[in-house]
Design a protein around this ligand. Structure first.
Ligand SMILES: [Zn+2]
Length: 546
């Protein structure tokens, strides 16, 4: 039988670049050439199986007090020791066989089998096949999966499940949650950074691994809440009742990784009305949550915009008054563990945050997004000021991004009604292009994207000088310049590419000048905590130049 604790189903990459397949217990072998990352051919598999591993080590190596964390980090257990710890859990990780199977439901076995391609999240639902709208991946593309890819696909589906039609439930965090996973210089270090201290030894039962019993179903909208399950069930939720059908046609190769296997998965069966996780009550260790009235609410979901740096404080800075709090593992790292590493002078290499998830539109995946964000540690007494400065920087960027859209619209479609003595212009815009109309997303996306690396550079420098006004002012002015220059570059690129017979050159000149002024307004200076005397002085210089 194929056991996910013992079979070498994990493709990994070592520091030297060497690639191989290992079993789950071999994460710590060959420390001189440590494993640095998972190496599946699909990024969604890498993101999801990383969570599988974090969950696995979280439950099998518990209990452990927080005071032990640093020793775990610096002194990994030997593979043999890990293997021993896994033994008690083996029966929960069988992928096949007659008995209970990992994240599968025996009672779905006799449902009509469908192609395994449908378990890959970008695969179209039945509805869209009928309507022939499956542009993302053609139905039938991945008809055969090796057991490694099938296992990864199964965990990916159960932990990200979108709405799937009547009674097909979403994942414990809803459809397409955002995950924020700390990364370090080795896979072992990354796993330890993402595990929480545990008080209770996990036991192998259905409160932790729901597939170890006839599954609770939800025909009558029955829901599951945290008190129904064991701690850390968040990693093992299974909203979908799935059952794999295996084939011994070893002549076939896997359509995802191109590898061979003695047994492959070509079909699976599925029934609806799987476990129905109550929304708004779960706190997943790896996902930031929206907070309302001091109560955690829904988990943040991945979207096209959730990885913009404007969300950086929400995912990475604890204790904010905003509507989002970082994931528990990130809060723990920033409040305690980062300091422990610094105090002990432990060279960890680069530590940061991987952020990823599916952007779901109900049943369909629009896109898989992933990105990286830096994490910093700051003494508690500096955190508040630092947060205010960073939030000011982001607000300034939001405003300047908006100014850019405004200026482009005015240059392209505006009519100048009047210009006052102090140079203020009154514009009129045709219907549908007013200042309040929806922003052209490509322009704002470009603005955020092109200023991102500079944002991280500036907040990195700010960390070392926060509270020192003499040093803060030039840094904030530099940020203002970065934003303003990017705004002007984008303005020029868009407006210059326009057909000049359609735009009025005078409007272009006026809108650009106005953009320059708006991006250096008092409001922007206030947001960046730059003294207004500087603003008054410079405005005077500009007026004199005129
Ligand atoms: Zn494969």
């Amino acid at each position: 039988m194929y056991n996910l604790l013992n079979e070498p189903w994990l493709p990994v990459r070592r520091r030297s670049g060497e690639r191989q397949r290992i079993a789950s217990w071999q994460i710590t072998d060959k420390p001189e050439d440590a494993i640095v990352a998972l190496d599946f051919p699909r990024p969604d598999f890498n993101g999801s199986v990383m969570q599988f591993l974090i969950g696995l080590y979280q439950v099998t190596l518990a209990p452990w007090p927080e005071s032990d964390w640093l020793e775990r980090f610096t002194t990994p257990p030997t593979p043999q020791r890990i293997r021993e710890a896994f033994q008690a859990f083996e029966k929960a990780f069988l992928l096949d066989g007659e008995g209970y199977r990992f994240m599968q439901d025996l009672s779905a076995a006799d449902a009509e089998p469908k192609s395994i391609s449908a378990i890959l999240i970008e695969a179209p639902g039945q509805q869209s096949i009928r309507e022939n709208k499956d542009f993302f991946v053609k139905d039938g593309f991945a008809n055969t999966l090796c057991r490694s890819c099938a296992s990864a696909a199964l965990y990916t589906m159960q932990s990200n499940a979108p709405a799937g039609g009547k009674g097909f439930r979403t994942s414990l965090r809803g459809g397409g949650p955002l995950s924020t996973v700390l990364y370090a210089d080795s896979l072992w270090h990354s796993i330890v950074l993402n595990t929480l201290p545990g008080n209770v030894a996990a036991t192998v039962n259905a409160r932790l691994f729901p597939w170890l019993t006839p599954m609770p179903t939800s025909e009558k909208q029955e829901v599951i809440i945290p008190t129904d399950v064991a701690p850390m069930h968040e990693y093992w939720g299974m909203p979908r009742r799935i059952f794999f059908h295996f084939s011994d046609q070893a002549s076939l190769t896997c359509d995802v990784c191109g590898g061979s296997d003695t047994t492959l998965v070509t079909k699976y069966s599925e029934r609806n009305y799987g476990p129905n996780y109550q929304s708004g009550v779960w706190k997943h260790p790896l996902t930031p949550v929206y907070v309302k009235d001091d109560m955690p609410r829904s988990p943040v979901h991945a979207s096209a915009h959730c990885l913009h740096y404007r969300h950086w404080p929400s995912y990475v800075l604890p204790g904010g008054s905003g509507g989002t709090v970082p994931a528990p593992v990130v809060e723990l790292f920033l409040s305690m563990r980062n300091r422990d590493l610094r105090d002990e002078n432990i060279d960890t290499g680069d530590i940061g945050l991987n952020t990823f998830g599916y952007d779901m539109d109900k049943m369909k995946a629009r896109c898989w997004y992933e990105g990286r964000m830096p994490v910093f540690n700051l003494p508690a007494e500096e955190l508040e000021v630092y947060r205010r400065r960073v939030e000011g920087m982001i607000e300034a960027a939001t405003l300047i991004g908006g100014n850019t859209v405004k200026a482009v619209r005015r240059a392209q479609f505006g009519r100048v009604e009047s210009i006052s003595k102090n140079g203020a212009i009154k514009w009129t815009l045709p219907k549908g292009n007013s200042d309040d109309a929806a922003l052209p997303q490509s322009l704002t996306d470009a603005f955020w994207q092109y200023t991102e690396s500079q944002f991280y550079r500036h907040i990195h420098q700010l960390r070392d000088i926060v509270g020192d006004t003499d040093k803060e002012i030039p840094l904030m002015r530099s940020w203002n310049d970065v934003l303003s220059r990017q705004a002007e570059t984008l303005f020029d690129a868009i407006v210059d590419s326009e057909d000049y017979s359609r735009t009025n050159p005078r409007n272009v000149v006026l809108a650009r000048k106005e953009l320059y002024g708006m991006n250096r307004s008092k409001k922007i200076f206030e947001l960046l905590n730059i003294p207004l005397e500087i603003h008054a002085f410079e405005t005077q210089l500009i007026t004199e130049e005129r």
